[in-house]
Write a protein that binds this ligand. Structure first.
Ligand SMILES: Cc1cc2nc3c(=O)[nH]c(=O)nc-3n(C[C@H](O)[C@H](O)[C@H](O)COP(=O)(O)OP(=O)(O)OC[C@H]3O[C@@H](n4cnc5c(N)ncnc54)[C@H](O)[C@@H]3O)c2cc1C
Length: 304
């Protein structure tokens, strides 16, 4: 009785044999051996790609490989032709079969002004670790647009700016930024006098830069990019989103092409809009904003 129990216990703790399967072809690093790949953004910011999954792929393939591999749920099927892989990736994107795109991940190190970080952090599906202004002194880096980039409040878009404002008013705005930045000296001296960093930072403007590591899967990155590369997003976050896209595009070229074809450059038509195309009649709504949106779609479609 005792010996049976002992044997069962020992068997449960025996290390399992690990079967090592060699790759189907020699592997290559999709980041070509780089430690990081960085694009400067705005005056002090950057987006740096620091790692990705898969990092190693069979020679002749790209990281798109991991998408088709999971979609086929079969290791042996990984040896299909690249052209068949492309067709599958494009099918998955068209039909919003999204989970295979979650098999690819990218990790970025980003430095951006806090007012941009506040928009960015709304994207809840990423894993984020931010610089701690409780633990460390905030570095002396503030966002200042060029004089000619100081935008006027848009009349059509309450959330945005459009054309540059006159130089006099732009200069006045730069003085306001100067005043806000001058608070930094007091912030430093008060932390030196012993005020806790977690409290002293409350006096810093949202133009100050923060940094974080941001890891996300490709499906959710495409969602982020479709919202933040869009002309309706704030110009400053568009700069970061476009840099991020430039960094990942060569690593997943097939998915990026499908994303552009079926998401980024595509257009959604409502039931009313389809009805208007069919009937040749005006859009059946009194809503002015909806009508304006339909007019801009008609222009893109070459219908006016
Ligand atoms: C042009 C623009 C203007 C904006 N204006 C404002 C504004 O005025 N005020 C404001 O507060 N925000 C504003 N936002 C932020 C916006 O409302 C979203 O919070 C942000 O874009 C993140 O989108 P998301 O939730 O789809 O993304 P993610 O958080 O990345 O989520 C991705 C997807 O995962 C799913 N998901 C994630 N978490 C949950 C959850 N907890 N429950 C259910 N589903 C979930 C959803 O399907 C979601 O679409 C604006 C965004 C843009 C692009």
């Amino acid at each position: 009785m005792t010996s049976i129990q002992t044997n069962g216990h020992a068997a449960a703790h025996a290390a399992p044999a690990i079967k090592i399967v060699p790759p189907e072809a020699p592997l290559r690093d999709v980041m070509n051996g780089a430690g990081r790949m960085e694009i400067p953004c705005l005056d002090h910011g950057f987006v740096a790609l620091v790692d990705c999954m898969p990092r190693l792929v069979p020679e002749g393939k790209t990281a798109d490989f991991a998408i088709v591999q999971s979609a086929r749920v079969s290791y042996g099927e990984g040896t299909k032709q690249v052209s068949e892989d492309r067709g599958l990736v494009r099918y998955l994107m068209r039909h919003r079969h999204s989970t295979p795109f979650e098999m690819v991940e990218f990790k970025f190190h980003i430095a951006m002004p806090i007012f941009i970080a506040r928009q960015w952090i709304r994207h809840r599906t990423a894993n984020v670790n931010e610089y701690s202004a409780r633990y460390s002194i905030v570095p002396d880096r503030f966002y200042r647009p060029d004089l000619e980039s100081v935008r006027k409040q848009s009349k059509s878009n309450r959330q945005g700016g459009d054309e540059p404002i006159d130089v006099g008013t732009a200069e006045e705005f730069m003085k306001l930024l100067d005043n806000a930045e001058h608070l930094y000296k007091d912030y430093l001296s008060l932390t030196e006098k012993g005020v806790a960093r977690e409290l002293a930072r409350a006096a810093l403007p949202v133009s100050v830069y923060t940094e974080w590591y941001w890891k996300c899967d490709l499906h959710n990155i495409f969602h982020f990019l479709s919202l933040r590369m869009d002309p309706h997003a704030q110009w400053e976050i568009q700069v970061f989103a476009k840099a991020m896209y430039e960094l990942l595009k060569p690593i997943v070229p097939v998915s990026a092409e499908a994303f552009e074809d079926y998401r980024l450059e595509s257009m959604h038509l409502t039931r009313l809009e389809i009805e208007a195309v069919r009937s040749g009649k005006p859009l059946a709504t009194d809503n002015k904003r909806e009508q304006a949106e339909w007019e801009s779609k008609r222009e893109r479609l070459g219908l006016k």
